[in-house]
Design a protein around this ligand. Sequence first.
Ligand SMILES: *Cc1c(COP(=O)(O)O)cnc(C)c1O
Length: 222
Amino acid sequence: MKVQEKLSVINERIQTACRQSGRNPEEIQIIAVTKYVSAARAEEALEAGVLHLGENRDDGLADKYNVLGDRAVWHFIGSLQSRKVKNIIGRVYYIHSLDRLSLAAEIDKRTSEPVQCFVQVNTSGEESKHGLKPEETADFIRSCSSFPSIRIAGLMTMAPDTEDTSLIRTTFRRLRELREEIQEMNLSHAPCRELSMGMSNDYEIAIEEGATFIRIGTSLVG
Ligand SMILES: *Cc1c(COP(=O)(O)O)cnc(C)c1O
């Protein structure tokens, strides 16, 4: 199926989720997660009007960046090893997986430009998930002020692998509550306006709970 057709379906569902929760659809940006597909398919997403593309490996990013360059706003969405930072800096505008000070230090070492980061938080408590504990997040973000190029754009989480939608909702809601706590700290390096949450199977719940970036692979470009 064409990306354009899949995008229409997703846009309809975004509209519905927004109506149900009293939100403005313009607050929500779609990141097309292109990690499993070709550069040609990623380009199709751009042509359908998606501006944001997400990759979770440095080599996948490099391959597609070489073809598409700055026609897309690039997001790095996967767990990030410090030694790979140098391969993505200068290409990505957003990093969604900041979860340790050593990574913040490495990013800061590699650039003097501001890098928009999401702090990944494990709001589900699942052992298998990356991310900080919710209660560690505020202190972590405070400490990031010692790295001049780190900007905390927002928070990111992954829902648990479950059919239990109320558990998924709780995971997303916790991230929104945490964002309020961070915003109340009024830190100049951490405006923390964005919430990156929701994937193909759960983006409507994420929108109802305040997502501003949804990360969609399978149901958009798959
Ligand atoms: C792969 C991936 C997605 C997209 O998942 P789909 O279920 O294919 O929509 C979103 N976020 C992250 C971090 C991913 O690794």
